[in-house]
Design a protein around this ligand. Structure first.
Ligand SMILES: *[C@@H]1O[C@H](CO)[C@@H](O)[C@H](O)[C@H]1NC(C)=O
Ligand SMILES: *[C@@H]1O[C@H](CO)[C@@H](O)[C@H](O)[C@H]1NC(C)=O
Ligand SMILES: *[C@@H]1O[C@H](CO)[C@@H](O)[C@H](O)[C@H]1NC(C)=O
Ligand SMILES: *[C@@H]1O[C@H](CO)[C@@H](O)[C@H](O)[C@H]1NC(C)=O
Ligand SMILES: *[C@@H]1O[C@H](CO)[C@@H](O)[C@H](O)[C@H]1NC(C)=O
Ligand SMILES: *[C@@H]1O[C@H](CO)[C@@H](O)[C@H](O)[C@H]1NC(C)=O
Ligand SMILES: *[C@@H]1O[C@H](CO)[C@@H](O)[C@H](O)[C@H]1NC(C)=O
Ligand SMILES: *[C@@H]1O[C@H](CO)[C@@H](O)[C@H](O)[C@H]1NC(C)=O
Ligand SMILES: *[C@@H]1O[C@H](CO)[C@@H](O)[C@H](O)[C@H]1NC(C)=O
Length: 510
């Protein structure tokens, strides 16, 4: 037993490396033109490949280096600290240590400094956490792209030497505009294999139009520890699968009552929404069940062949969601062998709830909207009169016919039977049980201090990677007649019996 516990992590990490390599090969793609109406500008951009690695639509990594040693880091707009699990030769020590707790998992260890290369910028003596918690894969890290005011490293150093990498770049080089942009690709998109891109101070070539999208104000959240890239969805600004707006009620005081406060979080795989919203999207699907799914928590499950179209609205601009993002194929089957998907818009997990926002728009939403974050006066040392921060979102799922045919090809093997589908009557909806009372009058509440929201699924993906290898090997060894299995398909089954999530349970900071 002892032997097993000692060797399992090693085994997992070796296999994970393999999975990572095979993924990188598969997913590293070149964007190809999607339709004829693109401008020349946009078309030109299609030939460049981005600098993100998409790990099964669950994690997006970029490469950084510290003292010239390269590390993949998960990009996370929901937190504001850089950590690396590994060792960095020649790093300086600040004598301080810091800890970040996420909704799931965390990182802690000494605060060190090193020369950092990031997206073409070089920063001397960048402060970061050397994670010694043992919770996270060695040789990897996470870069927080949130506001400096939320950085724990900044808090413990308590001066500008503790600024986040982005704040260092914006302050060191005043000719760099204070914004970043994030484009997240979709791994099983048959028509658009671009893996994704992160840019600092410039936009992804061909997508310059994002700068003419409406500027969505970043809401100033007074509660300490609660500032995120947060904005307001339009009143009743979700169009459900029946084509009708879903009633929305915010529990956050201060904003519009019918406008949900949402935070944009590239580190959270499954978008988190109030339970009544998830009900409105999924509960009317024949066969849908609300249950506790191992590795995911409480969520809807439904047949994978059901196409659900939903759309979000910000400032009267519609952001349709690709039907491959509304439900997530996790490779499980029911007792009669039919594929079971989970509803990707999950009722908000208890560990992620906060009095200061209603919803977390994670990767499943962000794959449908290219995002620009202008930091405005949220940069350390800026005068409050500089400019207000804002977000801009450019719809990416603008060709609905193509999105539909992607779904038909991937989930229905090309056989379009979606015309036969009917939702159950709205009388089957469970009663709206969302909390409507605001408890925003407690600045020290636990919810407002949670920094970061990694989904259960991230923890689970190590196991998915392991099973993936098995699936690939099995596939290579078996008959050639078998249907080609995409490398990035999650493993078929078996997750039910594995309990690898113990140490990733929400650890809250008080
Ligand atoms: C990151 O670095 C690794 C190793 O140097 C390389 O194989 C990979 O292609 C890089 N990934 C990206 C997205 O640039
Ligand atoms: C400063 O920013 C400009 C514009 O983004 C960039 O071209 C230049 O390389 C940067 N200089 C340094 C030293 O990072
Ligand atoms: C970009 O914006 C301009 C002006 O608003 C518009 O004419 C053009 O069609 C847009 N291009 C794309 C690709 O959206
Ligand atoms: C939505 O709100 C309107 C007006 O507040 C109400 O008439 C309607 O019944 C609500 N619909 C649902 C499904 O709750
Ligand atoms: C869901 O199941 C897990 C174990 O599989 C358990 O630890 C957790 O408490 C359950 N959650 C709920 C809300 O029942
Ligand atoms: C959205 O459109 C409606 C109706 O045209 C208008 O009343 C409202 O002011 C618009 N909202 C914004 C934020 O532009
Ligand atoms: C989803 O939207 C597409 C494109 O508008 C449409 O062709 C398809 O029929 C819709 N599917 C459902 C189930 O509403
Ligand atoms: C509403 O939520 C409460 C507390 O979570 C629960 O006890 C109650 O059963 C729920 N009611 C309905 C109708 O779901
Ligand atoms: C919360 O904190 C902010 C600033 O720290 C303060 O202005 C506000 O009054 C506080 N709110 C409550 C309800 O205590």
């Amino acid at each position: 037993m002892k032997y097993l516990t000692a060797s399992l992590p090693l085994c997992l990490s070796l296999l994970l490396d393999l999975a990572v390599q095979s993924n990188a090969i598969k997913i590293h793609g070149v964007r190809t033109p999607r339709d004829e109406s693109f401008s020349l500008d946009r078309r030109a951009a299609m030939s460049s490949s981005g600098d993100l690695r998409n790990d099964q639509d669950l994690k997006y990594f970029t490469n950084i280096s510290l003292n010239d040693q390269p590390f993949p880091v998960l990009i996370d707009t929901g937190s504001s600290d850089l950590y690396i699990a590994g060792s960095i030769a020649g790093a300086g020590n600040t004598g301080k240590s810091a800890k970040v707790s996420y909704a799931i998992g965390g990182a802690s260890g000494p605060v060190l400094t090193a020369k950092m290369d990031f997206e073409g910028f070089t920063i001397m003596d960048q402060a970061f956490i050397l994670d010694t918690s043992g919770n996270n894969p060695k040789g990897e890290g996470l870069i927080g792209l949130g506001p400096n005011s939320e950085s724990n490293v900044h808090q413990v150093l308590n001066n500008k030497n503790g600024d986040t990498p982005l704040d260092r770049i914006f302050r060191d080089n005043t000719s760099t505009p204070n914004f970043i942009t994030i484009y997240l690709g979709r791994s099983d998109d048959p028509t658009d294999p671009f893996p994704g891109d992160l840019t600092i101070g410039s936009v992804v070539p061909g997508y310059g139009n994002i700068t003419s999208q409406p500027k969505l104000p970043v809401l100033d959240v007074r509660a300490k520890g609660g500032q995120h890239w947060q904005t307001l969805l339009d009143a009743n600004g979700i169009i459900g699968p029946d084509g009708k707006p879903i009633n929305t009620t915010s529990h956050v005081s201060g904003g519009g009552k019918n406008q949900l406060n949402v935070i944009m979080d590239s580190g959270f795989s499954l978008p988190q929404v109030p339970k009544s919203i998830a009900d409105a999207i999924y509960a009317r699907v024949p066969g849908a069940e609300f249950k506790n799914v191992t590795g995911f928590g409480q969520t809807y499950t439904l047949p994978c062949d059901v196409e659900l179209n939903i759309t979000f609205k910000f400032h009267n601009v519609s952001y349709p969601v690709h039907p491959l993002d509304t439900t997530l194929d996790i490779g499980r089957k029911d007792s009669s062998g039919n594929s079971v998907c989970i509803g990707a818009f999950q009722p908000i997990m208890p560990g992620a709830e906060s009095p200061t926002f209603d919803a977390i728009f994670g990767m499943g939403f962000l794959r449908n909207a290219y995002m620009l974050i202008n930091f405005g006066d949220f940069v350390d040392g800026a005068s409050s009169k500089t400019a207000d921060p804002f977000l801009q979102l450019l719809p990416l799922t603008d060709d609905l016919t193509e999105a539909h045919s992607d779904f038909v090809n991937i989930r229905l093997m090309g056989n379009d039977n979606t015309g036969n589908f009917q939702l159950l009557p709205s009388s089957v909806l469970p009663p709206n049980n969302d909390s409507t009372t605001s408890d925003n009058n407690n600045n020290d509440s636990v919810g407002s201090k949670i920094k970061k929201y990694l989904p259960y699924i991230i923890a689970g993906s190590a196991v998915i990677g392991l099973l993936l290898i098995a699936a690939v090997i099995g596939c290579c060894m078996s008959s050639r007649k078998k249907r080609y299995r995409r490398l990035h398909d999650p493993a078929p089954h078996g997750l039910e019996r594995v309990e690898p999530f113990e140490r990733y349970r929400p650890a809250r900071r008080y």
